[in-house]
Design a protein around this ligand. Structure first.
Ligand code: TMO
Length: 329
């Protein structure tokens, strides 16, 4: 560091410390700003449709209670730290199949709160459109993937099958290895990218196997099935000797009939009491979730319009979720 630079930096340090002294003087304006900052509820927005629409529905309910809300786009893997440190306060769709491990760990460490379970039951796994069965009659059994991997190949995959994953799946490479499947993985970055690949394949009647989940819009519009892997068991992820492969973990599918939960940071209950109580009451069914995702992915509404439409049409449902006599002021 040159002498001129250190001179400049000392001046900067001097200047900024005197500025800090001035700024530290309590002024009414500064206090108001701080208070407002504390009253903004930050909602974690992930990257699949029902979660995004549900985030907006939840935000509008919080606004009805008098809170301000902010939407924070964040990946499912980054959201745990954000919830633990207050960069986000709420996540409205935590899916068992892809998030149980992190969710349970953070809840047991006390860094996030389990804010209750939706009535919807969930499944997330490899899925294919019905026409694929004509070329691979052993489906939906996973064993058929051993015979038919090549029909899922793509120009650069060297006759190996290609599985299109989203950014949320369990370790697919580990499952492919444990079940000895001749597949490569293409990881896409959002639900939208998965539906583009699906649309392209359907147009050409080309075999495709990709990550999908239920509830989702797909089941209401496109005939198809999940691959039936060996049934999920927690031991499959913990003890290599479990299941058909005695040396490796993950020789099983994701849970069927999995849970769907809401999560909050552990300060939410105190900081935004009324909103926290509303959050605990929020509960969506399978039918409601596939409906709100179809509004966007099929009917091409914006996330916010879809949220507004659902709120307009279901006042009697969500108004019951707002705690009575509760306004945060
Ligand atoms: C978390 N997801 C519903 C995309 O599987």
């Amino acid at each position: 560091m040159g002498p001129l630079f250190s001179l400049i930096s000392s001046i900067v340090i001097l200047l900024s410390s005197s500025l800090a002294t001035i700024a530290a003087e309590p002024t009414p304006t500064a206090e108001t700003v701080t208070q407002q900052e504390h009253s903004v509820i930050k909602i974690a927005v992930n990257n699949w449709t029902s979660q995004i629409v549900l985030s907006h529905i939840t935000g509008k309910m919080f606004q009805q209670l008098g809170y301000s809300v902010e939407y924070i786009p964040i990946s499912t893997s980054d959201q745990w730290g954000a919830l633990a440190y207050g960069a986000a306060h709420v996540q409205v769709e935590v899916w068992q199949g892809t998030m149980a491990e992190s969710f349970n760990r953070h809840v047991s460490e006390g860094s996030i709160i389990d804010a209750g379970t939706h009535t919807a039951t969930t499944r997330e796994d490899w899925w294919y459109p019905a026409y694929v069965e004509q070329e691979c009659p052993g489906l939906p059994s996973w064993k058929a993937l051993r015979e038919c991997a090549h029909i899922f190949s793509r120009p650069n995959s060297n006759n190996r099958g290609v599985y299109y994953a989203g950014p949320w799946e369990k370790p697919d490479a580990a499952r492919i290895r444990a079940l000895n499947l001749n597949f490569d993985i293409v990881v896409l970055t959002s639900g939208d990218d998965l539906w583009l690949e699906l649309e392209k394949a359907i147009k050409n009647k080309q075999p495709i196997v990709l990550f999908n989940w239920s509830p989702n819009w797909v089941e209401s519009r496109i005939a198809g099935q999940f691959i039936e892997f060996p049934d999920y068991d927690i031991t499959c992820e913990q003890d290599p000797s479990w299941g058909i492969n005695k040396s490796f973990l993950y020789d099983c599918g994701n849970p069927k009939g999995g849970w769907l939960k809401k999560a909050s940071g552990n300060t939410m209950k105190k900081q935004f009491r009324c909103a926290f109580n509303a959050l605990k009451n929020i509960s969506f069914s399978n039918q409601q979730l596939s409906h709100i995702s179809a509004l966007v992915d099929v009917d091409k509404m914006t996330y916010e319009d879809a949220a507004n439409q659902w709120l307009d049409e279901n006042k009697r449902i969500w108004q019951k979720w707002l705690p009575i006599g509760c306004s945060h002021e």
